[in-house]
Design a protein around this ligand. Structure first.
Ligand SMILES: Nc1ncnc2c1ncn2[C@@H]1O[C@H](COP(=O)(O)OP(=O)(O)OP(=O)(O)O)[C@@H](O)[C@H]1O
Length: 504
């Protein structure tokens, strides 16, 4: 058992953890919950030896331990799987499994066969069907998670910290990861599961601990609570769960129209339109081509065929510059790789796309105007941050995501494409983002919301397109937009099949 007792931690004058206790039992899954910036990652970084606490102690199986480096923590059987996975895409799986821990034949060469064999053995133990020689770049996101989990076990981890492991996964992949977590539980491994997805917490976790503003505010067994109560602990007040979208008049002007759009490999024959005041959902499963489709509309792949119209006028989107010129904005998925510039500060990240508006005739930026506009977005999105000049990386994941959103909102788009915009965002902030989406829609912006979460689509969108293998498998609206029908289309079936199943 791990006991973290009276942990305190400050960054400068910012008290981030205030006398926090946390217990992790072997063979149990503990949910660590809290709003963005509540202190979850900081607490886990202390357990994982990445940071030192200012006060408090860690007791492992009755003995006090001190970790000053991640390897000291790992040595005591605690593995940390970070949200942004630490795998090297251009190496095979087995080499990733033994990174910096390689098995050598002699001083000059590695024992590849032994590494492959040991990797296979651990995969067999976890019943993971994966070739150790496969390149990591060829794996889908859930298999990358499996490799990280298997690597943790190979290092004899008795406890595994999983920081938002399901954020970029779709339904069936999440179930696969949960399958492995259940097996680990049976092998008496203790797991700390950080997540903002409360339904998942209820499904997989035994216990929960909630942090709010650096304090532990609630803990207990998941079987005696519910997502609503957990959300309330997290944000300190009631969180709504009702349907938010409003009806859109069929006569509203079409803002964006796409006709028979195809590229060579990712999507084919895509036609749809988005009307003024509409929030159009796009969903599906991994490999459905939706991100590639909308990256094309943002100028990423100019050699598409088909036509794109903005306000009835045909436009050719040759590159990102022409997308911006046509007031198309794109909030990408995968924040760390595609959305933030980690060497820039918060203000620079938040205003990058709208800089032209703050420049004087000589091209010099009027700092006061830049700060003033960013301040409005900061307030509207409730971004928890220190100074504008702090690096974006000093913010918690969810607050970084809000800065990315502010960057695109400040560009004042006509079409706003949001690819999983609430990834890593807490339950309360999600609602704030949904409100902003609807306000923008009300102002006439055409919104396209790409999401892995059926519930997000159902609550916020007027209608949704469901994609399967690069094609639109179907469209759902009104009462037809439900989990069952979305999943039926997303797995390539026709709706008649869903209706039959329902009536059986
Ligand atoms: N290296 C750092 N320097 C300064 N402040 C930091 C640093 N790391 C974290 N913080 C601050 O500590 C607070 C807690 O951050 P932490 O990352 O632990 O939150 P979190 O609960 O994991 O949030 P999220 O759900 O958004 O990931 C935040 O206010 C963050 O800005």
């Amino acid at each position: 058992m791990i006991e973290m007792k009276n942990i305190c931690k400050s960054f400068g004058s910012n008290l981030v953890l205030d006398d926090v206790d946390l217990n992790v039992e072997s063979g149990k899954i503990l949910a660590l919950l809290g709003e963005n910036g509540a202190g979850k990652s900081t607490l886990m970084n202390i357990l994982g030896g990445v940071l030192s606490s200012d006060q408090g102690k860690i007791v492992l199986d009755g003995q006090e331990v001190q970790f000053h480096t991640p390897s000291q923590s790992l040595h005591k059987g605690i593995a940390f799987i970070h949200q942004e996975l630490n795998l090297i895409n251009d190496l095979p799986v087995y080499e990733n499994m033994f990174l910096s821990n390689e098995i050598k034949k002699n001083r000059f060469s590695l024992d590849m066969n032994k590494m492959i064999q040991e990797t296979q053995e651990i995969f067999d133990k976890l019943q993971i069907d994966l070739d150790p020689k496969a390149m990591v770049s060829s794996l889908d996101a859930s298999y990358k998670q499996f490799v990280e989990i298997a690597r943790a076990l190979m290092m004899n981890a008795n406890y595994i910290i999983m920081d938002e492991p399901t954020t970029s996964l779709t339904g069936p992949e999440i179930e696969r990861v949960f399958g492995i977590m259940r097996k680990l539980k049976k092998q008496d491994v203790g797991i700390i599961f950080i997540s903002h997805k409360l339904e998942e917490v209820m499904e997989i976790c035994d216990n929960y601990t909630v942090l709010r503003n650096g304090k532990m505010v609630a803990c207990g067994e998941t079987k005696s609570t519910n997502p609503h109560e957990l959300a309330k602990h997290m944000v300190g007040h009631e969180v709504r769960s009702d349907v938010l979208h409003r009806e859109v008049d069929d006569n509203n002007k079409v803002v964006l129209k796409v006709e028979k759009l195809s590229n060579d490999k990712d999507f084919e024959d895509i036609s749809f339109e988005v009307k003024e005041k509409e929030v159009l959902g796009i969903t599906g499963l991994l490999g459905d081509g939706r991100s590639e489709l909308f990256l094309t509309l943002f100028g990423d792949t100019p050699n598409y065929t088909g036509k794109v119209y903005l306000n009835d006028k045909e436009i050719k989107i040759k590159n990102i510059h022409s997308a911006l010129h046509n007031d198309i904005a794109y909030v990408p998925k995968n924040r760390k790789e595609n959305a933030i510039i980690s060497d820039m500060n918060i203000l620079e990240n938040g205003t990058l796309v709208s800089l032209g508006r703050y420049a004087n005739k000589l091209g010099m930026i009027k700092k006061e105007k830049q700060c003033e506009e960013f301040e409005k977005e900061k307030q509207a999105l409730n971004i928890k941050m220190g100074k504008n000049s702090d690096l974006i990386t000093s913010l918690s994941g969810g607050n970084q995501q809000k800065v990315v959103l502010s960057k695109w909102l400040l560009s004042r788009p006509k079409v706003l494409i949001l690819d999983n915009p609430t990834q890593g965002v807490d339950v309360g902030s999600k609602e704030e983002i949904y409100d902003i989406i609807h306000e923008l829609a009300e102002q006439g912006v055409a919104i396209i919301l790409l999401s892995n979460e059926a519930q997000e689509i159902i609550r916020t969108c007027n209608r949704t397109l469901v994609m399967f293998h690069g094609k639109i498998q179907g469209e759902l609206r009104g009462a037809d937009m439900n989990d069952h029908k979305i999943m039926t289309l997303a797995t390539g079936s026709k709706l008649e099949n869903a209706n039959n199943e329902v009536s059986q």
